[in-house]
Design a protein around this ligand. Structure first.
Ligand code: PEP
Length: 235
């Protein structure tokens, strides 16, 4: 299974280093076979020597090698650390930074051409969920426009916006009914994200169409994150 942590705007360079050392020791000592992804903030990126099933990725980047894009990082800055994993389309970038589908698709194409593993996020807001599953699927499909779903290094994270950072988790039934529909067109691994924590990890990972979880808040504490990896190992 894929167990991923999104630090968002949390952790420093020093605390990321400590986090990754603790995680690395845990994964090596436990012999965990999960695929573990960690997305620290850009300032904490580095070339880390970690267990082969732990990969560090970038939360965001501009689709250029380098250039005049103040405040952004491009391929040159990522390549310096040999990183090959990126998160694209997170709801906070779409809804707070107003990132359009066109820009998400542009980033996708650029980093796909560079052979990156891409965790591509989709998810509907609350008012759409309230309209029912057909509206949910139609909305999520708009976030797949321009995205090559056959790319072999694609991972799709279904993250309902109303469940992210709110403490509200979609019910197992809501998650599974959505993943089943998405599975009709997406063969890539499907993750669920939205207030995943140790207490609900098992019931989410047990869902037939769920290949893993993308975790924000509950993963910022490395002990909690290791506990969720341990839960996946125990299944
Ligand atoms: C996320 O940022 O992708 C996320 C799922 O956050 P949280 O776990 O805090 O809801």
């Amino acid at each position: 299974m894929i167990i991923a942590s999104n630090f968002k705007t949390n952790h420093t360079r020093a605390s990321t280093k400590h986090y990754l050392q603790t995680l690395d020791t845990f994964v090596k000592e436990s012999g965990s076979k999960q695929e573990v992804l960690v997305f620290p903030p850009a300032t904490a990126l580095d070339s880390f020597e970690l267990a082969e099933n732990i990969r560090v990725g970038v939360q965001n980047a501009y689709p250029v090698e380098k250039g005049s894009f103040t405040g952004e990082i491009g391929l040159e800055q990522i390549d310096e650390f040999g990183l090959k994993t990126i998160l694209i389309g997170h709801s906070e970038r779409r809804h707070i930074m107003n990132e359009t589908q066109e820009l998400c698709a542009k980033k996708y194409d650029f980093f796909k051409a560079q052979g990156f593993e891409i965790v591509y996020c989709i998810g509907e807001p609350k008012e759409v969920r309230e309209e029912g599953i057909d509206a949910v699927i139609a909305y999520n499909e708009t976030q797949l426009e321009g995205i090559d779903l056959l790319y072999d290094k694609l991972i799709v994270a279904y993250e309902p916006v109303w469940a992210i950072g709110t403490g509200l988790t979609a019910s197992p039934e809501q998650i599974e009914e959505t993943l089943v529909k998405l599975r009709e067109k997406i063969k890539a691994p499907l993750l669920y994200g939205g207030s995943v924590k140790p207490a609900n990890t098992k019931e989410i990972l047990q869902l037939p169409n769920c290949d893993g979880v993308l975790i924000g808040t509950a993963s910022w504490d490395v002990e909690n994150f290791c506990e969720m990896i341990e839960i996946a190992d125990s299944m």
